[in-house]
Design a protein around this ligand. Structure first.
Ligand SMILES: [Zn+2]
Length: 279
């Protein structure tokens, strides 16, 4: 019996897949597209958590330490870990998927109070064309780490790039006949998407918090002028201001998820909602 248990232990140990860590679920989707089943993917941010205020659990950090690669997107919650990693855990390769992307500067109302630290907008993963460049970075890193799988990773990358091109075409087609360009979203995660498809995202949130009454009044004014009839909200974020806004504007509140593991379907669902509300 003892021998058997020992054997089981060794078998599990020898055949366990290498671990790859990622910050958010969309990155899990991207890595899975390239890596297939060759690795075990560990995602730091759980479902329905605010990606800007989250603190990872100790168990999750232990798994992170065992990872061969950590694909980060440079969110606030990752910064303390990145600092720690660079000095302590040299065996984990850290790859920032936003490194090769020209990032948009975020607007801050308190820039003079030292908030300029987080002044780059990190939400690149909702633009399929930027995802193509992230997919290339993922494939390159995986090939370096596991050269024996090079052929499979290259084939998967080609397939995924084709899928992303087709998603881009679908979005362009769906949005070609819209008459309005402005939409309201609680958490401003659609900057790169909006830029790609000539839309304007109007955020409810101010510097990561619910707006103060004055800011909310301004927003109502703008939304009335632009005749905005839809407000996107995200699970895990505050809902009070959005609810009030919806009531004032007689607008629909649509729940979207910018952090879904089901990246493609969720993105197209949001695009359908935009198509319907911007007609
Ligand atoms: Zn965000």
């Amino acid at each position: 019996m003892k021998k058997f248990i020992l054997l089981c232990f060794f078998t599990t140990y020898i055949f366990a897949k290498p671990i790859i860590s990622v910050s958010i679920l969309p990155l899990e989707y991207f890595v899975q597209k390239i890596a297939g089943t060759s690795v075990e993917i560990h995602t730091l941010l759980p479902d329905n958590a605010d990606e800007h205020t989250f603190e990872p659990k100790p168990q999750s950090l232990l798994t992170l330490e065992k990872s061969k690669i950590y694909f980060t997107i440079g969110l606030e919650f990752e910064r303390p870990m990145l600092n720690k990693f660079q000095s302590l855990f040299k065996q984990t390769k850290i790859i920032n998927l936003n490194d090769n992307i020209p990032l948009i500067e975020k607007k801050h109302s308190h820039a003079h109070e030292g908030h300029e630290l987080h002044s780059k907008d990190p939400h690149t993963w909702l633009d399929p064309i930027l995802v193509k460049s992230q997919a290339k970075t993922i494939a390159k890193a995986l090939i370096e780490q596991f050269p024996q799988n090079k052929k499979m990773y290259e084939e998967n990358l080609t397939l995924f790039e084709k899928e992303l091109d087709s998603i881009n075409e679908t979005i362009k087609t769906k949005l070609q006949d819209i008459k309005h360009n402005n939409f309201i979203v609680y958490h401003p995660s659609w900057s790169y998407f909006a830029k790609r498809y000539n839309l304007t995202q109007i955020p409810v949130e101010v510097d990561g918090k619910e707006p103060k009454p004055k800011a909310l009044m301004n927003l109502i004014q703008i939304a009335k002028e632009k005749n905005i009839k839809v407000i996107f909200v995200q699970a895990g974020f505050a809902q009070n201001a959005s609810a009030l806004l919806a009531k004032e504007l007689n607008a629909n509140v649509v729940q979207i998820n910018h952090l879904s593991k089901d990246w493609q379907n969720e993105l197209l669902k949001s695009v359908n909602a935009l198509e319907n509300s911007l007609k």
